[in-house]
Design a protein around this ligand. Structure first.
Ligand code: DQA
Length: 153
């Protein structure tokens, strides 16, 4: 079976829809998951979409992506600004990884300007609201295609 795209979401993203909607919009994480599944399907991918509020669970999921996924799209949320362990996990996986954010952290508080994730991924997409997820899928699709055909069965 083809490997899925892993789409991982960090802390507080379960609250989307009611959490600071002026910044993050009104789409819930379920709405975003449905849009991702549809867009990924159109490009020939399945998705494994998860959210956790726990750093170690997020790191376990990154490691699992390294074993099971074709590519990883991650919204690390607050852990992007704090977690060296998440940086290390991302450095350790052999698949393309893309960082996404709904908002534009560079235009927000100074403590959001640094990401430990950015230096461990292929690229970052931020500031496009829920559409950042769709653009992340497009980027993952392009990176998978660019990495060429896998070995034949
Ligand atoms: C976020 C931006 C982070 O700074 C913040 O901690 C989040 C959400 C975003 O998607 O815009 O929780 O990752």
């Amino acid at each position: 079976m083809a490997r899925p795209l892993f789409i991982l979401n960090g802390p507080n993203l379960n609250l989307l829809g009611t959490r600071e909607p002026d910044i993050y919009g009104y789409a819930t994480l379920s709405d975003i998951e449905a849009a991702c599944a549809e867009h990924a399907h159109m490009l020939g991918h399945t998705i494994d979409f998860r959210q956790t509020n726990h750093e170690g669970v997020l790191i376990d999921a990154v490691q699992e992506a390294g074993r099971e996924a074709s590519a990883l799209i991650i919204n690390p949320a607050g852990y992007g600004h704090t977690s060296i362990a998440l940086h290390d996990a991302l450095k350790a996986i052999p698949i393309p990884a893309i960082e996404i954010h709904l908002s534009q952290p560079a235009a927000r508080e100074a403590f959001r300007h640094h990401s430990y994730v950015s230096s461990a991924v292929s690229g970052t997409i931020s500031g496009f609201g829920a559409r950042s997820y769709i653009l992340g899928i497009e980027a993952a699709h392009a990176l998978i295609a660019a990495s060429g055909p896998k070995t034949k069965a």
